[in-house]
Design a protein around this ligand. Sequence first.
Ligand code: HEM
Ligand code: MG
Length: 234
Amino acid sequence: SAHQWQAPSPTDSRGPCPGLNTLANHGFLPRNGSNITIPVVLKAINDGFNFQPINLLRIGAKLGLLTTDAEDSFTLNNLALHGTLEHDASLSRNDYALGDNVHFNETVFTTLANSNPGVDYYNITSAAQVMAQRLAEDKIVNPTLINTVKEFTVRIVESGFYLSVMGNVTTGVAPKNFVQIFFREERLPLAEGWERSEVPIGEDNFDTLLSGITNVSTWAPSGEVVCPWIRLQP
Ligand code: HEM
Ligand code: MG
């Protein structure tokens, strides 16, 4: 069918966002990962994930435009521009300074994969612990690590993304199996029993989820870059 999973071809554009890569692999976004406009990406996120076009997503999509010289569209690979949306201490990709900030990296992902031992789900507490652990790991290996409040804010949102889209936006609980397939294969785990959120993910429930993660997070800025900044162009 139109939304069957299909692996990307070598010429299809993919990037550092497992969410958008997955939407392209299922044909909610153009499968070639190019010519992505704001309305196209917002509709894809809604169709694929039942995630409403809330302000946060609109801003994220607009920031995507800053990663390219094109006037009103981006490719999934454009999004890798370090310092616009792309940041260090990712959950599943290495730091820019360490070589490859785009492709899924199983070693990096081990921290999330192995979190919340003894149960078969991730939750708000484990997500916050994973964020702290990824940062601690990178402090050791990346002397150029950037960790201001901007990166922290974006990282909280991304943790909220996998908990809500692969799990439950109200409880913040997501089956490990679903989350792992999402990151490793950039596939919707439909065959494994995943269903698109029955509840629309929207402003109120998503904000509450983000507050929950923030509240159990231990975080402090670190490194030489202290002021949040945004790279405005390639
Ligand atoms: C990460 C862009 C929407 C899930 C990222 C990154 C970018 C990005 C540039 C890389 C950040 C980094 O880790 O360094 C966007 C844009 C979006 C969007 C422009 C649309 C406005 C979504 C949605 C989901 C999602 C709807 C839902 C599942 C994620 C996750 C990460 C991420 C889980 C973290 C990956 C990691 O830390 O390894 N996104 N994204 N994104 N995105 Fe998206
Ligand atoms: Mg990154």
